[in-house]
Design a protein around this ligand. Structure first.
Ligand code: NCD
Length: 316
């Protein structure tokens, strides 16, 4: 959509969900609704001022119990653009370090009556637990190997802006699929929206349940319009991998040469953080003609502004 024609869509529509935990909970209409509103906020976020005071007087807790740069900062940026106050919390410096349980921590936060909770945690299902305890809307910012729904939304927005539609788009997801919440959320979203998804990686990173999965880069990349590259989730590996970083880069690292196996003009995405020279060649990552990685980061702010707006509408 050309930026100049972006309108504020569905300004009064109430989003039919208290929380945003999993892409699986959303209909195609819900997904389009978030993307259309985010499109409006892309334009707004480029202006040099607070967008509006929609969330003025509200307080958002950003509970990040795993490291993060893009996701944490973009949620904070999104909240501040809408005029909300933000409290950042990590395990470091909190009573979690004194042995307080996760559930007790959640009950404590709920008792303070925040207006929004963003949560990142190393355990799958942790965001569901938070949504059960917190009375305010909860957004899953990554739960272990489970889901990362706002990442899938920002990837979808990036792809939709580049290709205009997700329908019939051929997307190949490459690398550590088994441990990647980004892959899980993207797989659900892209299929719901009519894209064709293929998976490629070493056997040990391919969950047995996947269809259209291959260990052959040639097969996996052929016909791809877009290739989404994943970081090896070292922090989640149960055993040492069967390869070295050098052999992984040789066999699965995405390079300009390997990208030639995809469609002409195919683009690349990466959720970040990147390990250059392991899953992706540095020059390809930086190639403005092929890489949408910087655009993904920008779309992350717009998608999160849209999510904060939608999930707080019932209160305004
Ligand atoms: C991803 C995550 O945390 O799942 N990063 C992100 O949110 N942009 C991917 C990763 O850490 O590899």
């Amino acid at each position: 959509m050309p930026l100049t024609t972006a309108k504020k869509p569905l300004a009064k529509t109430v989003f039919p969900h208290k929380d945003f935990i999993s892409i699986a909970d959303l209909s195609c209409d819900d997904i389009s609704h978030v993307l259309d509103l985010a499109e409006h906020y892309v334009v707004q976020n480029r202006r040099m001022s607070q967008i509006n005071a929609l969330l003025k007087g509200l307080v958002m807790i950003n509970l990040f119990l795993e490291n993060s740069t893009r996701t944490r900062l973009s949620f904070e940026m999104a909240a501040k653009r809408l005029g909300a106050g933000v409290i950042n919390m990590t395990a470091e410096g909190s009573s979690i370090k004194k042995g307080e349980s996760f559930i007790d921590t959640l009950k404590t936060l709920n008792a303070m009556r925040p207006d929004l909770l963003i949560i990142r945690h190393s355990e799958e299902n942790s965001a569901h637990k938070a949504a059960d305890i917190l009375e305010c809307p909860v957004i899953n910012a990554g739960d272990g190997t489970g889901e990362h729904p706002t990442q899938a939304m920002l990837d979808a927005l990036t792809l939709r802006r580049h290709f205009r539609s997700l329908k019939e788009l051929n997307v190949t997801i490459c690398g550590d699929i088994l441990h990647s919440r980004v892959a899980h959320s993207n797989g659900i979203l892209l299929k719901k929206m009519g894209a064709n998804v293929k998976w490629v990686g070493p056997q040990e990173f391919l969950p047995p349940s996947l269809d259209k999965a291959t260990t052959s880069m040639e097969e996996g990349l052929s016909g791809a319009d877009a290739v989404m590259v994943l970081r090896i989730q070292k922090e989640r590996l149960q055993k040492s991998p069967s390869f070295t970083e050098e052999s992984y880069f040789r066999d699965y690292g995405l390079t300009t040469e390997k990208l030639a196996l995809a469609k002409e003009g195919a683009v690349i995405l990466h959720p970040g953080p990147m390990n250059r020279g392991i899953e992706i060649e540095a020059t390809l990552a930086d190639d403005p003609g092929r890489s949408l990685i910087t655009m993904q980061v920008e779309m992350g702010v717009a998608v999160r502004i849209a999510c904060l707006d939608l999930l707080t509408r019932h209160r305004r």
